[in-house]
Design a protein around this ligand. Structure first.
Ligand SMILES: *Cc1c(COP(=O)(O)O)cnc(C)c1O
Length: 405
């Protein structure tokens, strides 16, 4: 029976799925820690973690147990009732961050949608409807709803979906003069990723976020940090704003917040939250008991100082080894990172060939990702062990050798 073709094959994707994705040929069926196995039993070291989602790797025993326990108790109530896991999770997030209030939803785009709507509503309540403009950065990514693609700074995600919502402008990232020129008393919010993730792994430069915050304060605009990718321990702090020492007015989280169970959250202060009065915003699944129970444990494990220290140590090891490999093969011209969010910019000799390296990686038993055509992106589970790391690096080296040869 070993040779029988699995009934679910990659071809089935093309038959039954909307063609908005182009997934890899291999189909993983099982995962443990930072390792995945495909239908043929081949194993892969996972440096992608479901795009920064599986921050505790696959099948973490505590998360699995929590899911089972809560699954036998209560899954869902909707927000006509509240539930214990949601309140415990919200209380914990408030303890661990600047926030005093939390709104739950199911994804990153929804968290940003809530943040942007709240910023508009807050400005409307306190200053009037003329203060509605939103400033974002070029190359940023904030999700795929119509509002969030409009706020995101990549034209290709908006094209053909117009008309898009108005009152949104974009300035170059890390350019404080451009921000100063764009911001005014009509600005209700500035939204920024502390590290642009999808946009190519570009960390904010020293002083940039402080300067943006000062401009926001001057113009009574809210500062929104999109920490959907940078949050939940990936930077080496629970949230990257702690690392930068700049506190936002609103913070959005998703991806690793549930370590694989879909959940998003928007965090803010009492004063700002007050503008979301009863009935102004909502989500059927937001605050789902099953999601919140899993996330509560994820937050507990990801805020552990030992784990956060492990992120720093692993990030240092991984980046220096990638640096050495890049030099050996002349393949990377720049390596940027914030903790375990790592981008390797391809050198001119390998211009726009990051995806080729990802594909070769699959044949060598390693999962890698891209951030645009010219940046290889690594976002491994934060608890990747040294053994997994060594084995993964060996496979990355093999893939690079193959590409160079
Ligand atoms: C992934 C991501 C989003 C969108 O999250 P979804 O869950 O896909 O809606 C938004 N912002 C950033 C910075 C992200 O990395």
């Amino acid at each position: 029976m070993k040779d029988s073709k699995p009934s679910v094959s990659r071809d089935l994707f093309d038959q039954v799925m909307v063609p908005n994705y182009s997934p890899a040929k291999i189909i993983p069926v099982r995962g443990q820690g930072s390792r995945l196995w495909d239908q043929d039993g081949r194993d892969y070291i996972d440096f992608v973690a479901g795009i920064a989602v599986n921050a505790l790797g696959h099948s973490h025993p505590r998360l699995v147990q929590t899911l089972k326990d809560q699954g036998e108790k209560l899954w869902h109530l909707a927000n006509i009732m509240t539930n214990e896991p949601a309140l415990r999770l919200a209380a914990r997030l408030c303890e661990l961050t600047f926030a005093e209030k939390v709104f739950f939803c199911n994804s990153g785009a929804e968290a940003n949608e809530a943040a942007l709507k709240l910023a508009r509503r807050y400005a409307y309540d306190h200053y009037g409807e003329q203060k509605h403009e939103i400033i974002s950065t070029l190359n940023s990514f904030h999700g795929r709803t119509l509002f969030t693609v409009s706020v995101g700074g990549q034209a290709k995600y908006k094209q053909g979906f117009e008309p898009t919502p108005g009152g949104i402008s974009h300035v170059p990232y890390n350019d404080i003069a451009a921000m100063e020129a764009a911001i005014s008393d009509k600005t209700c919010a500035v939204i920024i990723e502390p590290v642009q993730g999808e946009g190519g792994v570009h960390p904010a430069k020293e002083g940039y976020l402080e300067a943006v915050k000062a401009l926001c304060e001057k113009h009574n605009a809210l500062l929104i940090f999109d920490e959907i990718q940078t949050g939940m321990g990936r930077s080496g702090k629970l949230f990257a704003y702690e690392k930068y020492g700049v506190v936002p007015d609103i913070l959005t989280s998703a991806k690793a917040l549930g370590c694989g169970f879909p959940i998003g959250a928007m965090l803010t202060t009492d004063k700002i939250a007050a503008s979301f009065t009863v009935g102004t915003h909502g989500s059927t699944f937001g605050g789902n008991a099953l999601a919140c129970a899993v996330s509560e444990v994820a937050v507990e494990l990801l805020s552990d100082p030992e784990l956060l220290q492990h992120v720093e140590t692993t990030a240092a090891k991984l980046t220096s080894r990638l640096q050495a490999l890049g030099e050996q093969y002349g393949m990377f011209q720049d390596i940027r990172n914030c903790g375990l969010l790592i981008g390797c910019e391809m050198s001119p000799a390998y211009q726009d060939r990051a995806k080729d390296l990802v594909n070769i990686g699959h044949t060598e038993g390693v999962m890698l990702h891209v951030a645009g055509p010219n940046v290889l992106r690594l976002l491994p589970p934060l608890n990747m062990t040294d053994e997994e790391l060594e084995e993964g690096l060996q496979r990355i080296a093999n893939a690079m050798a193959k590409m160079a040869g």
